[in-house]
Ligand binder design. Structure first.
Ligand code: COI
Length: 345
């Protein structure tokens, strides 16, 4: 598809916002049978029945991955097979006809290739890839619907948090939970993000960047923030909440665990993380495809601020981020086999 121009993009000032691109991938599944092979269509709005399953009962899941322009002058995808696996489990959990791995990977590759010129220059950001699937068919009673739509769109992005030099100021909320351990917290379900909107909005109104949610079955434990997983460092021990049902199995979470363990010789523990450990940490940071690795400077709990010590290049968060971005931008050797080149050098 050749219409579309990138001339309007200000590569030096990308934020985490929607930039309309040339095209998107579009596929449908009727009567809960197999997915039909989709195709690339012009980027644009879609029509939806007011009775659509997604509008009435939140039957929808999404993914987020990124393509990078690298030092080797090519475009790569970072661990897209993990997004494919998670899309499989999320669709199963939401009773959406399962999106298979190969189908998913082919869809994101087709979308990326048709929009490859929207991938920011090296060091200016990345091309965020958003696969999303939802129930299109009508439902009045609560049930999975008969028809589904799967779209992949992309957007060039810069930092998720506007001032990416500043460490985050987070509020621990005791008023809201994000997800229950036996709910859908471990699926990338759209409803998990709507649950976080009100606490997030209230926190932002009070000057915070995001909200730390506590575990719904044990409020002494932390879960994650609205947009990312959490890590807590004390000495040489790096802890992150284990995948106990309400935690999203983040691709960056997994990558940071492996870099911390194999390259930085930290002792990584996927375990319960208490609020006391959070407040007593040497460092706190969050991880996600969108937020990458972002350090936390302050945590507010029960009206009290807790400043977190180590900042700047000395911090493990900065070192982890440097290695992760180094692998993603092919500045350093990828010892894990995480890179999938998409365009030829
Ligand atoms: C991602 O990191 O890709 C996410 O999906 C978080 C998103 C809600 C911005």
């Amino acid at each position: 598809m050749d219409s579309g121009s990138i001339d309007f993009i200000d590569w030096d000032n990308l934020g985490f916002d929607v930039v309309e691109t040339r095209s998107m991938y579009y596929a449908t599944c009727h009567k809960k049978k197999e997915w039909e092979e989709g195709n690339i269509i012009p980027y644009g709005t879609i029509e939806l029945s007011p009775a659509a399953g997604v509008l009435n009962y939140g039957q929808g899941v999404f993914e987020g991955t990124k393509a990078f322009r690298t030092m080797k002058d090519r475009v790569i995808l970072f661990r897209p097979e993990l997004n494919a696996t998670r899309m499989g489990s999320s669709t199963r959990r939401l009773c959406i006809p399962e999106i298979g791995k190969d189908f998913f990977l082919s869809a994101i590759e087709q979308t990326l290739i048709d929009n490859i010129d929207y991938t920011p220059p090296l060091g200016k950001g990345s091309l965020y890839i958003r696969p999303i699937v939802w129930g299109t068919g009508p439902a009045l009673g609560v049930k999975p619907v008969d028809e589904y739509t799967f779209i992949v769109f992309v957007s060039p992005v810069g930092p998720y948090f506007k001032d990416n030099k500043k460490r985050l100021n987070l509020l621990v909320t005791e008023d809201y939970h994000r997800a229950a351990p036996k709910g859908i917290g471990n699926a990338k379900a759209i409803g998990n993000y709507s649950a976080s909107l009100l606490p997030l909005t209230r926190a932002k109104e009070s000057g915070f960047d995001d909200v730390i949610f506590l575990n719904a079955s044990n409020e002494n434990m932390i879960d994650e923030i609205s947009s990312a997983n959490l890590f807590v460092l004390k000495g040489n021990i790096l802890k992150t909440p284990h995948l106990g049902g309400s935690i999203l199995p983040g691709v960056t979470r997994d990558s940071v665990i492996k870099i911390a363990d194999k390259i930085m010789n930290l002792k990584v523990q996927e375990t319960d993380v208490t609020i006391e450990e959070l407040l007593d940490a040497d460092e706190i940071f969050c991880t996600g495809t969108a937020v990458v690795v972002t350090s936390v400077g302050n945590v507010s709990f029960q009206g009290e601020d807790h400043m977190i010590g180590i900042a700047g290049e000395r911090s493990k968060a900065e070192q982890l981020k440097k290695i992760l971005l180094g692998i993603q931008q092919e500045e350093i050797e990828d010892p894990f086999g995480w890179i999938t080149p998409v365009s030829a050098p």
